[in-house]
Design a protein around this ligand. Structure first.
Ligand SMILES: CC(C)(COP(=O)(O)OP(=O)(O)OC[C@H]1O[C@@H](n2cnc3c(N)ncnc32)[C@H](O)[C@@H]1OP(=O)(O)O)[C@@H](O)C(=O)NCCC(=O)NCCS
Length: 234
C-alpha cells in the first residue's frame, strides 16, 4: 500500500492527467487540463514556473476559468482569484470497516453508466457534493442507490494518481439521508479500489463536518489541510 506521505498526492490532478487519465489530457508543456464537460481541473505541477502558467493560459484561452483544485502554488498576480476554499485531503487508513458486502442491508447498489448521467447531474445539483459535469462519470466507476427506481444516493471515482483513487461526488438526497446510503457506497467503492491494488483518498471542505465524521468512521484520516483555488486567466 502506498505511503501516507506519497508525493503524488500533492499534485493529484497533474499526476492523474499524466498517468491513468492521460487519454483525457489536453496539454501544453507541463500544463494540463481535463476536457470541458468531464472536469474543470487544471494542473501546472506542484512547483510551477512562470512558463507553466503561461502554457496553462495558452491552453485555456483568455478570460477562462482555471480551477487549480488543491495546487499549493498561487497563480501570477494578473490572474484574478475566483474562489478559495479550505479543505482536507483524507486517505484511507486501511483499518476501517470497508469490507461489508454491498447488498448486506438489502439496499441495491447499482453501477451508474452514461444513461444515468442526467439523474446524476440532477442529484449533484440538489446536494452540491462538489463540481459534477455531464461526463464526470467517465473518470471512473460510479455507484448509486435507487429507491423505487429513483436515484437517491451516489458516489464515484474521480482523480487517479498512480497507486491511488479518489472517491468523489458522495451525496444523498435530503429525503433519504441517515439511512446509511453514503456509508454503503463509500464502503463499496473502497472495496473496489483496494481490490484493484489502489488506496482510496478523498477531499472534503473544512466546514463539512458531517461528511468528515462519516469518512473518519469509514477509516479515512486527514493527510493534510488544503486550499481549493480557482482563478481567471488574464
Ligand atoms: C454527507 C452525506 C453524503 C451523508 O449521506 P447519508 O446517506 O445521510 O449518510 P449515512 O446515512 O451513510 O451516514 C453515515 C453516518 O454518518 C453520520 N452522518 C451523516 N451525515 C451527518 C451529518 N451531517 N452530521 C453528523 N453526522 C452525519 C450519520 O449519523 C451516520 O451515522 P450512523 O451510521 O451512526 O447512523 C449527505 O449528508 C449529503 O449528501 N450531503 C451533501 C453533499 C456532501 O456534502 N457530500 C460530501 C462531499 S465531500
Amino acid at each position: 500500500m502506498r505511503n501516507d506521505d506519497d508525493p503524488v498526492l500533492d499534485d493529484p490532478v497533474g499526476q492523474s492527467l499524466g498517468s491513468r487519465h492521460a487519454h483525457l489530457a489536453r496539454r501544453i508543456g507541463r500544463a494540463a487540463t481535463y476536457p470541458t464537460g468531464v472536469a474543470t481541473f487544471s494542473s501546472v505541477s506542484a512547483d510551477p514556473h512562470a512558463e507553466d502558467w503561461s502554457d496553462l493560459a495558452g491552453l485555456l484561452g483568455p478570460g477562462a476559468f482555471a480551477d487549480m483544485f488543491n495546487c499549493p502554488a498561487l497563480a501570477p498576480a494578473n490572474w484574478e482569484p475566483v474562489f478559495s476554499l479550505a479543505g482536507l485531503q483524507m486517505i484511507w487508513s486501511g483499518d476501517g470497516r470497508p469490507g461489508r458486502p454491498v447488498s448486506e442491508s438489502g439496499t441495491h447498489v447499482v453501477e451508474l453508466g452514461a444513461d444515468s448521467a442526467p439523474e446524476m447531474l440532477e442529484l449533484a445539483a440538489r446536494t452540491e457534493p462538489g463540481p459534477f459535469w455531464p461526463r464526470t462519470h467517465e473518470l471512473g466507476t460510479y455507484l448509486g442507490v435507487r429507491v423505487d427506481g429513483t436515484l437517491v444516493a451516489m458516489a464515484g471515482e474521480r482523480l487517479r494518481p498512480p497507486g491511488w483513487t479518489e472517491i468523489s461526488a458522495v451525496c444523498t438526497a435530503p429525503e433519504a439521508r441517515g439511512q446509511g446510503h453514503a456509508a454503503r457506497l463509500v464502503r463499496a467503492l473502497t472495496e473496489l479500489i483496494v481490490a484493484r491494488g489502489d488506496r482510496p483518498f478523498l477531499h472534503v471542505a473544512d466546514a463539512n463536518t458531517g461528511a468528515i465524521t462519516l469518512y473518519e468512521r469509514l477509516g479515512f484520516k486527514t493527510r493534510k489541510q488544503v486550499t481549493f483555488r480557482g482563478f481567471r486567466t488574464p
